[in-house]
Ligand binder design. Sequence first.
Ligand code: ZN
Length: 275
Amino acid sequence: MGVFIVGKDYVVVVDSLSTVGLTQRFKDEIRKITDKPIRYLINTHHHGDHTWGNHVFAGATIISHDYCRRELTEAGMMDPNLLNTIFPEFDFRGIAVTPAGITFDKQLTLHMDGREVRLLYFGPGHTVDDIIVHLPQEGVIFAGDFIFLYSTPLGMEGSFAGWLKNLNAMAKLGARTYVPGHGPVCGVEGLKQCRDYLVLVRREAKKRFDKGMTVDEAAKDIDLRQFKQWPNHERILFNVERLWREFRGEDPATSKLNLAEVFLRMDAMVKAGEL
Ligand SMILES: [Zn+2]
């Protein structure tokens, strides 16, 4: 979800969208509200649904974590054939992957007409490079993909242990309003629902890892309870794949999943009624 902050002289946007068309529509919506220049575009992490429209905000300075720039530069654009298989409803033409011009490590603060816009990095979570945007005066957090709400969390690239730690650190900031990367704006109860999913999946996966089950066996066997109702519950396969690496002590920065392979396996398991 892209969001934006309108200041006295300029606008700050948080995340672009996955296609040129969607990002242009987002920009058009901003323009209905303000004609002030868009000075900064913050990327919460490198995933394409948060960055592939970056170049539509030409003229804005892009800011991200150091690792977000690195991951986006290394990953480049996904194979168009695979993308069209996964997301046939979207048009991915015309994308020019554009990483940030300014990067930071732990914290960066924008001072926007006396309002603080704090960019905070807590360590690997949903990916290795997620940041949040905290407006302390307003009590608002743009949580990026640290929060999925009524949409199954996808933890294919980061650390579940880190993600849980980061959610607790985020909750300690005491914000009243959270803007998830996927799902409706919420209070702290939304953060807790996402945390409950991660706790459930990590705990149930660990039991099955210790029994020596395979990833596929565990993904089929885990009872997701209330989260079975959330869209894309089959993402459990990606999450268990990640967790198996985590339980083996592998570093998420170097131990990467073959996303295409896992996706095609997941698709086949869904079609076979196994997930
Ligand atoms: Zn993401």
